[in-house]
Ligand binder design. Structure first.
Ligand code: DC
Length: 206
C-alpha cells in the first residue's frame, strides 16, 4: 500500500508522514530530501568546479539519516541556501525525471508513506490514499521559524517565494490531485492530524 502526502512548505508533511508511517509500520520516504541532495551536490560541485553526473549521485536513506555519496548530509541539506537551490533544481525536468524514476522503483514493493509535492499526481497516481496537507501561511511560517530560529517575517517571505516557484513551474507543479483528501492543519493538534490520516488509511483498507 502507498499513502501519498503532498502539500506546500511548512504544512507539516514530514513530521506527519513520519508519524503516520511509524503508526502503521510503513516505510517513510522523504522525496524532498532527494531534491535537497541534488541541490547540495550542485552547490558543492560549483565550489569545486567539478560537476558529478546526476545519474551517478548515490542518494540513500539509513533510518532517519540521509546519505549523499555515502556521506551523512542529514543536517547539511536543511540550510536556507540548500532550500533555495532545491526549489531551483526541482524545476529542472531532467532532475525530476531521474528522481521520479528512483522514487517509483523504491516504492514498487512494500508499504510506504511517501511525502513531497507530486507523489499523488505524478510519482504514484495509483496511490491507495492521497492526502493534500495545507495550513495558513502565517502558521506555516511560524512552524518553520521555530525550527530554524529565523524570524517569522523572513520565513513567510521565503515560503511564499518557494510556494510560488513550486506552483508555477512547468515541470510537475505543486497541485492537489483530484482524488486527494485535503487536510487543513491550521490550529489542529498534531496527534489529531495523524489520527485523521490513520483513519483514512483504515477506511481504504476496509
Ligand atoms: O519538502 P522539501 O522542502 O524538503 O522539498 C525541497 C524542495 O524540493 C522544494 O522546493 C520542493 C521540491 N520538491 C519537489 O519539487 N517535489 C517533491 N516530490 C519533493 C520536493
Amino acid at each position: 500500500m502507498l499513502v501519498a502526502i503532498d502539500g506546500p512548505v511548512g504544512a507539516g508533511k514530514s513530521t506527519v508522514a513520519r508519524a503516520v508511517a511509524q503508526h502503521l509500520g510503513f516505510t517513510y520516504l522523504d522525496t524532498g530530501a532527494m531534491y535537497r541532495c541534488v541541490a547540495l551536490a550542485a552547490i558543492e560541485d560549483r565550489a569545486a568546479d567539478h560537476p558529478r553526473p546526476l545519474e551517478r549521485l548515490h542518494i540513500d536513506f539509513e533510518g532517519e539519516r540521509v546519505l549523499l555519496d555515502h556521506m551523512d548530509v542529514s543536517d547539511a541539506i536543511r540550510t536556507p541556501d540548500v532550500s533555495n537551490e532545491a526549489s531551483r533544481v526541482a524545476a529542472d525536468p531532467v532532475v525530476r525525471e531521474q528522481l521520479v524514476d528512483r522514487q517509483r522503483r523504491l516504492t514498487a514493493r512494500g508499504d510506504w508513506v511517501a511525502e513531497g509535492r507530486d507523489i499523488g499526481t505524478v510519482v504514484r497516481p495509483d496511490a491507495e490514499l492521497k492526502v493534500f496537507l495545507t495550513a495558513a501561511d502565517e502558521e506555516r511560517a511560524a512552524r518553520r521559524a521555530a525550527q530554524t530560529g529565523r524570524s517569522v517575517e523572513e520565513e513567510l517571505a521565503d515560503l511564499r517565494e518557494r510556494d510560488e516557484r513550486d506552483r508555477t513551474r512547468d515541470a510537475s507543479p505543486l497541485r492537489r490531485a483530484d482524488d486527494a483528501v485535503e487536510v487543513d492543519t491550521t490550529g489542529l493538534p498534531f496527534d489529531e492530524v495523524v489520527r485523521r490520516i490513520a483513519a483514512l488509511v483504515a477506511e481504504r483498507r476496509a
